[in-house]
Design a protein around this ligand. Structure first.
Ligand SMILES: [Cu+2]
Length: 273
């Protein structure tokens, strides 16, 4: 009797999983899906995630059905039946070594394109523009942009534009940021853009992404870097290319303001002083 109970119990796990998978999405209880990754590559990363989720779900259901079946069969065995020992079965060992290895190998090869596209500079989109250098420190993100109309230089220039915890990029085109850190390890993490990269002292790591929708995206530090880790909340703001340039002109003006307003925006700000 107890054997039958556990057989049904484990089968039920499979049934509940199938039911949940079928019903949950329509109630909004589901993983981030279509249209929630706001970068071109992020959508492909989500596809990989779902591929793995499908494999895991099928394996989970299959395992529980098999477990339930074995328990059900076992419950039917009477005390005086001869016991069958399966321990040390060569065929079984080979099967459950080869099948998972095959699945892992498939995932490893299948995701290679996305990985290469994401991490290896030679495979970045051809027209990727380096918009800024992001330097992590204890405990904030310092962002350095080239002056309006100029290109980003490896070393700071006198007319560079700076912000803190505020990354601005143009949307609809591939852009890259050069990630550095002044002190300990930090990690840039923008969930909505599916962008995550460790910042390692001594390295300048280019990170590219193409934001598909204009908007403001939360950014955090994903490396427990010290007591001020929690303060490293930042944002990535994606706007049209024109707005991005206009914003940069305005910030450049504000930073080099010498009391003589050159644009209406700065003049308006200076008016109150
Ligand atoms: Cu940090």
């Amino acid at each position: 009797m107890a054997g039958r109970f556990w057989a049904i119990f484990f089968m039920l796990a499979a049934v509940v999983t199938v039911a949940f998978t079928a019903i949950a999405p329509s109630y909004g209880y589901w993983f981030p899906g279509d249209g929630q990754a706001h970068t071109t590559l992020g959508k492909k990363i989500d596809d990989l995630f779902y591929l793995i989720l499908i494999i895991v779900t099928v394996t989970y259901i299959g395992t529980h059905i098999a477990l339930g079946y074995v328990l059900w069969r076992g419950a039917a065995i009477r005390q005086d039946d001869k016991v069958w020992f399966s321990h040390g079965s060569h065929a079984l060992e080979v099967i459950w070594t080869i099948v998972p290895s095959g699945i892992l190998l498939f995932i490893a090869l299948y995701q290679m394109d996305v990985w290469r596209n994401y991490r290896i500079k030679a495979y970045f989109p051809k027209n990727t523009a380096a918009v800024a250098e992001v330097t992590a420190r204890q405990f904030e993100w310092r962002i350095r942009y080239p002056a309006p109309g100029k290109t980003l230089q490896p070393r700071p220039q006198p007319d560079d534009v700076y912000t803190v915890n505020d990354i601005r990029v143009p949307a609809g085109q591939p852009v890259s940021i050069n990630l550095r850190t002044d002190d300990v390890q930090h990690a840039i993490f923008v969930p909505g853009l599916r962008v995550k990269q460790d910042a390692v002292p001594g390295l300048v790591i280019p990170v590219w992404f193409e934001v598909t929708d204009t908007g403001t995206y939360d950014m955090t530090c994903a490396e427990l870097c010290g007591w001020g880790h929690y303060k490293m909340k930042a944002q990535v703001v994606a706007s049209s290319a024109e707005e991005f340039e206009a914003w940069k002109v305005r910030v450049a003006e504000e930073q080099s303001y010498d009391g003589i307003p050159k644009t209406p925006a700065v003049a308006a700000n200076a008016g109150g002083e």
